[in-house]
Design a protein around this ligand. Structure first.
Ligand SMILES: [Zn+2]
Length: 292
């Protein structure tokens, strides 16, 4: 098809359009405050206005979102690493299963003990339970948010995020119920619980991106690249050079020179040198979370 979508994509889009889940048919709805939960409500209100709500309400939307994400290569790598037992995956010849390390002779040596295996299983089970609880609560919240009830006087009633905002300790031990917390920390804890550190592949696909950092020696030109996954970016907006969001992203990715007290060891020169350092968004997620 000319638009690059297959029949399954079109079916998903058609269903999504019929159910009007791509657009919120009313202004954003208010969320009930249970005492010092405005930080959580602010983050939830942002999240409920993204494609996540559509994805949670109709899982068939995932295939469409995935198609439009630019992080396909990242997800392929993740897929290979998460399926080391797949006999049909040729790349698994080079994938070492979790819990196995290689010694100096190149032989694989298992270092897992039964207690560490039990500990890993127990940790994974707790993560899965927290993820399932949060997913169920978010689905209920999305349904209320997309179709809120109206009062006798015709005003829209606020929806209740209490099952989440009154149980923030299930997201992170650093968050406390009833205490004013940081909205960014809450959002990161919520997303971390939802994607299970990348193990929940479908939801990770919505938020995961790859950040590339390049450091280049000003003397010999030697470059080193490091890549890190990100689920959100913190942007500076108090610079006079920053006038809008694009300006903030340009500042974030601009190349800077490290000199004087910030010299960096160059492998090729064998000493500390002046270098340039630049960040690049190697892949962007379907939902880009920006912290301003
Ligand atoms: Zn050098």
């Amino acid at each position: 098809m000319s638009d690059g979508l297959d029949a399954e994509d079109h079916a998903s889009l058609s269903i999504a359009t019929q159910r009007s889940i791509y657009v919120t048919p009313h202004p954003p709805v208010g969320l009930k405050n249970w005492g010092n939960t405005c930080y959580a409500n602010a983050a939830l209100q942002c999240l409920l206005s993204t494609a996540l709500a559509s994805a949670l309400l109709d899982p068939r939307c995932f295939v469409v979102f995935r198609r439009y994400a630019s992080n396909v290569k990242l997800l392929e790598l993740q897929h290979q690493n998460n399926d080391p037992s797949d006999p049909n995956n040729d790349s698994n010849k080079h994938v070492i299963p979790p819990g196995v390390v290689r010694d100096g002779s190149g032989d694989a040596t298992s270092v897992s003990t039964s207690s560490t295996k039990r500990s890993c299983k127990s940790k994974l089970r707790r993560k899965s339970e927290a993820c399932q609880w949060l997913t169920d609560e978010l689905v209920l919240l999305c349904q209320q948010y997309r179709a809120p009830t109206t009062s006798f006087f015709g005003t829209i009633e606020p929806v209740d995020p209490g099952p989440i905002t009154r149980n923030v300790t299930r997201l992170s031990k650093c968050l406390q119920v009833g205490r004013q917390e940081d909205a960014h920390e809450f959002l990161r804890s919520l997303l971390g619980t939802l994607v299970m550190d990348g193990q929940n592949r479908k939801l990770s696909a919505l938020f995961d991106g790859l950040l590339e950092s390049a450091v280049t020696c000003c003397t010999c030109g030697h470059s080193s690249l490091t890549r890190d996954r990100y689920m959100d970016l913190s942007l500076e907006i108090d610079s006079p050079d920053c006038k809008d969001l694009l300006g903030a992203l340009r500042l974030f990715t601009r190349t800077e020179t490290l000199s004087k007290d910030n010299l960096v060891d160059c492998e090729q020169c064998g000493c500390r040198r002046q270098v340039t350092k630049g960040l690049r968004l190697a892949t962007a997620p379907t939902i880009l979370v920006l912290h301003l």
